[in-house]
Design a binder for this molecule. Structure first.
Ligand SMILES: [Zn+2]
Length: 605
């Protein structure tokens, strides 16, 4: 019922704003006053990043103030909010959506929809608006005037926040849908949510948080912006941090490729899996987090890779959501935002790279975070590496594609995806949390199996095997069955890491001058083949001598000309047999013009 939108945070921010006191010492120090951090910005700011709009918001009440507010909430009119609203309120209060201290007024709301900016020009991609639904709420809203306070209560009637009403305005769903999502098509989940979950009247104004939700299994890993700034820049002394927000898919090697590229250059990596309101079919968040933890422990530098869940409402805004995520990363203190292909994508509603091109609208300076855009990652078996179209010249014969949907489908068929695209440490745990699990009564997962094969094993439709010859006609995805999936997976398991190894073996066989490394039995086989072919030649030479110019029966016997042709072929075959290349045979390759001692500096005669 409430959606991300935004309110102007001009200069009138209340005492609840967090302020970090940046003193002129080596590192900024925080001064706590009445349990609230106070920020004085007159001194040089030493952190390499600033919150969006310049101030990190803190609307979380504590101590005496909290007790008083709780008592007051009992007396105030009450609006009941759903879980999505509770999450957004908490995001606002803890500074995740800085500089917003509450929900947007009409001017900012419209400005954001139309221009992707607040009235004051600050970039803000999605509305942060509050339009409660329900008959009871509607009755309460009718009684409100500007200047009133209202208590926001959750579904168990517990007061979550107090809102100061600064604006009341009619809420135009169609305008919101068309501007935000570029469509009013209700099959778009974001559009559908507007019509289902948003009321006709919106309230704007700041909120104060009375109660922080417990995050269940994620509570122990939870970090708020106030924690991360301190962690990054005071405890760890990072000079740069790359943020990465990720959705419903288990950690795969496309993610890892992006992370590791960033770690080459950037001090810290801050990974935030979204842990709220996923699609219907997904991998359960607690298992996704566990899969992340397993892979991070095994493959990532412990001190530099930080994992923390992000409880944010899915808004399905496609490209605009990518911009919102970049701003959220900034508010957590990240200097860089890592954005993959189809970040927060929604089916086929947007161009594959729309979440990249949207950043063209903003200058890096006004965005205030260094956005790094990554192309779609796949695994190339010829390169033997994760690649993108930017870095690999090879074709589908050698490619395993990384499709999040395809990976989840494979888990439902009970098959761990290829190690080239998902680390087994991730896949094994993800399988336990995939939803739905297993296949239906007809042996089918969510979508047709051919779609999964095409998404992950594109070679299978066109080629007889991995790296193999072309099929006479390509297979059609709709013809494929789970047997085809099994065949493709077996081929990949047996041969994926063989292609590059075979190539390397071949180069070693002809290149090693230390022949002790080469298998003796291969050399013996080559010598045997040479000897056998010489035997064939020797007999054929005799045959040529004995052959008549004209054969008496052209089927039974050969004339001299034909016998000579057989001999020529046999000689050619001898040339084609690879040389055994024993030590003595290639001793010629190792030579130096000067005595060795002279390379060590001895120039005496
Ligand atoms: Zn390649």
């Amino acid at each position: 019922m409430l959606h991300l939108g935004f309110m102007s945070c001009g200069s009138s921010e209340s005492v609840y704003l967090i302020s970090i006191n940046w003193v002129n010492s080596q590192y900024p120090k925080m001064r706590f006053e009445e349990e609230r951090i106070v920020l004085e910005q007159q001194t040089a700011v030493q952190y390499p990043q600033q919150p969006h709009g310049g101030k990190l918001v803190n609307q979380v009440l504590t101590g005496k103030e909290l007790e008083e507010a709780k008592a007051k909430a009992e007396q105030l009119p009450k609006i009941m909010v759903d879980l999505e609203a509770v999450i957004t309120i908490e995001m606002i209060a803890t500074g995740v959506l800085s500089p917003h201290t509450g929900f947007m007024n009409e001017a900012d709301y419209k400005s954001v929809l139309q221009t992707g900016r607040l009235k004051n020009g600050l970039i803000w991609p999605v509305p942060l608006s509050f339009a409660p639904i329900g008959e009871r709420n509607r009755e309460v809203i009718k009684t409100l005037s500007i200047g009133d306070e209202v208590a926001l209560i959750d579904e168990s009637k517990k007061p979550v926040a107090i809102m100061s009403v600064e604006d009341i305005f009619a809420y135009d769903k169609e305008m919101r849908a068309s501007h935000l999502f570029g469509t009013t098509d209700r099959s778009h989940p974001g559009v559908d949510a507007i019509y289902r979950r948003m009321g006709d009247v919106a309230l704007g104004g700041p909120i104060k948080l009375l109660s922080r939700a417990h995050w269940g299994p994620f509570e122990k890993l939870r970090m708020e912006p106030k924690d991360t700034w301190k962690l990054f820049y005071e405890e760890k002394k990072f000079r740069s941090v790359a943020g990465f927000i990720t959705g419903a898919n288990p950690l795969h090697r496309g993610h890892e490729y992006i992370h590791k590229n960033a770690l080459e250059e950037i001090d810290g990596l801050f990974i935030q899996p979204l842990v709220e309101l996923a699609k219907r079919e997904y991998t359960r968040h607690e298992f996704r987090m566990l899969a992340y933890r397993s892979v991070l422990e095994t493959y990532y530098p412990k001190e530099r890779a930080i994992l923390s869940p992000l409880r944010v409402t899915y808004i399905f805004a496609g490209p605009r959501e990518a911009v919102l995520h970049a701003i959220i990363m900034k508010n957590f203190g990240c200097t860089h935002a890592l954005i993959g292909r189809d970040h927060a994508g929604v089916g086929d509603f947007y161009d594959k790279y729309a979440s990249h091109s949207i950043f063209d609208q903003y200058t890096p300076k006004e965005l205030g975070i260094d956005v790094r855009l990554f192309h779609e990652v796949s695994y190339c078996l010829r390169c033997d590496a994760p690649v993108t179209s930017q870095s690999c010249p090879h074709d589908n014969r050698y490619r395993i594609n990384i499709s999040g949907t395809g990976i989840r489908e494979m888990l439902r068929y009970g098959i761990l995806p290829p190690k080239e695209i998902v680390r087994p440490e991730s896949a094994r745990i993800a399988m336990q949390g995939v939803q739905p699990k297993g296949v239906d009564e007809n042996g089918q997962a969510v979508s047709p199996v051919g779609k999964t094969i095409k998404a992950i094993f594109p070679y299978y439709l066109e080629y007889t095997r991995l790296g193999g010859p072309k099929r006479e006609r390509p297979l059609k995805p709709e013809e494929l069955t789970v047997r085809d999936l099994e065949a493709a997976v077996l081929d990949v398991r047996m041969n994926a890491d063989r292609i590059y190894r075979d190539i390397s073996d071949e180069y070693n066989a002809i290149g090693d001058t230390n022949r002790n490394l080469q298998p003796d039995w291969i050399m013996s086989a080559r010598e045997a083949a040479v000897a056998q072919q010489q035997m064939v030649i020797s007999d054929l030479e005799e045959k040529v001598q004995q052959a008549p110019e004209v054969a008496s029966d052209e089927f039974m016997y050969q004339n001299k000309k034909e016998a000579q042709q057989e001999l020529d072929v046999a000689r050619k075959i001898l040339e084609d047999i690879p040389s055994p290349l024993r030590k003595e045979q290639i001793a010629y390759r190792t030579w130096n013009a000067l005595p060795y001692r002279r390379y060590r500096g001895d120039d005496s005669n």
